[in-house]
Design a protein around this ligand. Structure first.
Ligand code: MGD
Ligand code: MGD
Ligand code: SF4
Ligand code: MO
Length: 692
């Protein structure tokens, strides 16, 4: 007879940004059931399908269970099993020899979408090693919203869906499929049930769009034009918050004059949204008090992202929705260790000047290196050579724009280490692979440092396989080998205790409590002003000249010119069943979505003779891939929406698991980059299709 089921409280993670409170049924060190915790702060019992099958990640027969060292040539798919000592020593020796030959900055540290505390420990490792180069996908995820926010109003304004709001404007966000940290669908749905109005701005008629009062099907890549049109209506019709604007904003007169050129008729020609609908939506948003702008990730996917985020910030500000309950708030952290102290920022005082991005003039406060600049450094040695890379929680071969360039860069590096739960196209190019202990097998803290004003406890519920180590333990051991040992702990779990110490809680007390939330503080500007150089919301940036930024947001042109040879526009949306490039190997998820699919409007499909389920070749000026047709009228006839993140775990390691066949980023390039964040055009690209 086995042990009785024990129910352990934790939070879901690494399936998306995480956050749902869970109850995990454990029997004999195995997870037998995953269910929603009715008391979960963010989810109140809700879970999605991928959360419920999340424990399947741990038991897959092909999971990485031992450290591996490359045996054949790089990428040949030949490995030998080695001990942890050997793997760590080999990695440390390579890091130190690159440092000795080319300087510490020639070794780059890679992170993916922030998945847990290891993200911050990796930054600490880079700092203690002495390298300013942490490579991250922030160019297309969050840095634009967060850093533009800091320059404009001194913080990153997040939609407050915990307090009642009169209107939600969901802009390039798809919370019924994807979970942005803290914004779990439950809150949105509850608000709608209570009568909250909804505007959806999305080129696809998403499930959320079907529930909306108004749906604006904009031409992809014209967000900044549409938002400038909103500002035009709101200012021309005098619907802005006059008191707030007068007291707390800088540059309103200039903005008002500047947006005169963006009348709804002009904007309609650019965005395809009827002028009358632009007027109606702008009015609805302006008069709703309060209104929350749920701004999503898709506005961060082309070279004009700085203008797009700036226009949306101006909208929140002139309507008086900043820092009000139910509006867009500054979510304050609970009393825990500050990020700078945790990552030992003090050890790298010149990071801002020395990191690769600085040589390209990226915007101040962007503290990671855009992947495109990292690859230029590897491939061209510019601004200086980079020869080594250690990556966690990331799969650059599929997740970064321009997969061909990624392949070439990884093949050229002198040394690559990857930590993974499973083989991936990128891990297949590594010299050393560290097998990691994963969610449910490690004590972890979620949502630290991502601006939502809370941290979540993710205590361990089962023991990992014997040779699978937590990322933090691996870095703690490496840190001791490559930097001053006093920056590291005897017991790696002391990092959890360090972080919590100011709160007065131990990790186990925190795990019992479940989460810690910062204080709700609204309208702090009434006493303190805004944390910008002028103390006001900078509709016009006072630092524009100093930092070589545009003072006012504008619409200049489409991210890529129209091209009659490529008459359709390519976009994508994240899948309900996968996290970006992850978990195609989890069978229950794969059954839900076995193939990469491309959404094509029925009229367009008819023109090209394409039927449901056909193989479709998708081609841009940069590359060609194949996906399966899904005929649907949720997209505009001129737009197709392809799946991203695809590779085939059932494929051959020596071919990096068919990384070229259906991978969206074979279609994208790093030739054109937005200056502020180094963002490439990963959407809104001219393309063409044919039956394959
Ligand atoms: N074309 C296109 N490209 C995109 C996007 C897009 O919309 N379109 N989206 C972009 C965005 S928003 C993001 S955030 C990035 C994401 O880019 P990445 O973060 O690189 O991709 P993911 O698929 O989230 O995660 C990569 C790997 O992390 C591994 N992993 C999971 N948990 C752990 C762990 O605990 N430890 C370790 N060591 N590894 C773990 C998974 O197995 C997976 O292989 O991609 C970007 N790329
Ligand atoms: N299930 C699931 N959840 C996830 C993820 C996942 O891969 N799967 N990824 C996580 C990550 S890394 C992130 S960053 C977030 C992202 O989550 P979201 O912020 O929701 O971003 P996306 O899913 O990329 O796109 C959201 C919507 O933008 C629309 N869109 C595409 N192009 C445009 C455009 O030009 N303008 C406008 N207005 N809309 C456009 C798409 O149709 C889509 O409905 O989700 C996280 N959660
Ligand atoms: S929405 Fe995200 S956090 Fe919630 S159960 Fe699903 S995967 Fe987990
Ligand atoms: Mo992301």
């Amino acid at each position: 007879m086995g042990e009785q089921i024990r129910w352990i409280k934790t939070h879901c993670a690494r399936m998306d940004h995480g956050g749902c409170g869970l109850l995990i049924g454990v029997q004999d060190n195995k997870i037998v059931q995953v269910k929603g915790n009715p008391k979960g702060y963010l989810n109140r019992g809700y879970t999605c399908f991928k959360g419920r099958v999340s424990a399947d990640r741990l038991s897959h027969p092909d999971r990485l269970r031992h450290p591996l060292m490359r045996a054949g040539k790089r990428g040949e798919g030949k490995w030998k099993r080695v001990s942890w000592e050997e793997a760590l020593d080999e990695c440390a020796a390579n890091m130190l020899s690159i440092k000795a030959k080319y300087g510490a900055r020639a070794f780059a540290f890679g992170v993916g979408m922030p998945k847990g505390l290891e993200h911050l420990v990796m930054i600490r490792l880079a700092n203690t090693f002495g390298s300013p180069n942490v490579v991250a996908s922030q160019d297309v995820c969050h840095a634009p919203r967060e850093v533009s926010g800091m320059h404009t109003c001194g913080f990153y304004p997040v939609a407050d869906l915990h307090n009642p709001t009169s209107l939600i404007m969901s802009w390039a966000s798809n919370v019924l499929s994807t979970n942005e940290e803290g914004q779990i669908a439950g809150n949105t749905l509850q608000q709608l049930k209570n009568g909250t109005r909804l505007i959806v701005v999305d080129p696809r008629r998403t499930e959320l769009a079907t529930k909306a009062d108004l749906w604006l099907q904009l031409r992809p890549g014209t967000a900044q034009a549409l938002a400038l049109g909103f500002l035009n209506v709101i200012i021309e019709e005098s619907l802005y918050d006059k008191d707030f604007v007068a007291r707390y904003t800088y540059g309103f007169e200039e903005l008002a004059f500047h947006v005169k050129q963006y009348d709804p008729e002009t904007v309609s020609r650019i965005t395809w949204v009827p002028a009358q609908l632009i007027r109606e939506a702008a009015r609805l948003y302006a008069v709703a008090k309060p209104a929350a702008l749920q701004w999503g990730n898709a506005i961060e996917h082309d070279i004009n992202v700085f203008d797009a985020t700036r226009t949306l910030l101006c909208l929140m500000a002139v309507t008086g929705n900043l820092e009000v309950p139910g509006g867009n708030i500054n979510a304050h952290d609970p009393n825990i260790m500050g990020i700078g102290e945790f990552v030992r920022a003090d050890l790298m005082p010149n990071k801002r000047k020395e990191m690769i991005g600085a040589y390209h003039g990226t915007i101040p406060r962007m503290m990671t290196v855009p992947p495109s600049y990292f690859r230029q450094a590897v491939l061209e040695g510019s601004p200086y050579p980079v020869r080594g890379y250690y990556g966690i929680c990331t799969n650059p071969m599929v997740a970064w724009a321009d997969s061909q360039a990624t392949y070439e860069a990884f093949m050229k590096l002198d040394f690559v280490a990857m930590a993974e739960i499973f083989m991936t196209p990128t891990a297949a190019l590594a010299d050393i692979i560290f097998p990691i202990a994963h969610q449910y097998e490690i004590n972890d803290i979620g949502h630290y440092g991502i601006g939502h004003g809370m941290i979540l406890a993710r205590p361990k519920v089962v023991e990992p396989p014997e040779e699978c180590w937590p990322d933090i333990k691996i870095m703690n051991e490496l840190g001791r080998r490559v930097s001053s040992p006093e920056n590291w702990h005897d017991d790696y779990e002391d990092f959890l205790e360090d972080l919590l110490r100011p709160s007065g809680l131990s990790y186990s007390e925190f795990a019992d409590k479940g989460y810690l939330k910062g204080p709700d503080r609204f309208r702090e500007y009434e006493e303190k002003g805004f944390r910008t150089p002028t103390g006001k919301v900078e509709l016009k940036l006072s630092t524009a000249e100093k930092f070589k930024l545009k003072p006012l947001p504008e619409y200049v042109a489409l991210p890529e010119e129209d091209n009659p040879d490529y008459p359709l526009i390519l976009i994508s949306a994240k899948s309900r069943y996968y996290l970006v490039s992850s978990y195609r190997w989890v069978e229950k998820l794969r059954r839900k979505q076995p193939d990469p699919v491309v959404e094509i409007h029925s009229e367009t499909a008819a023109v090209y003779g394409i039927s449901e389920g056909d193989r479709v070749l998708i081609e841009t000026g940069h590359g060609e891939i194949v996906q399966m047709a899904r005929i649907t009228d949720i997209v505009h006839p001129r737009v197709i929406s392809a799946s991203l993140g695809w590779w085939f775990p059932e494929g051959d390691a020596s071919q990096q698991y068919e990384w070229k066949k259906s991978n969206y980023n074979m279609l994208t390039s790093m030739n054109k980059l937005g200056k502020e964040f180094g963002t490439p055009n990963i959407k809104n690209i001219p393309c063409r299709i044919r039956k394959g």
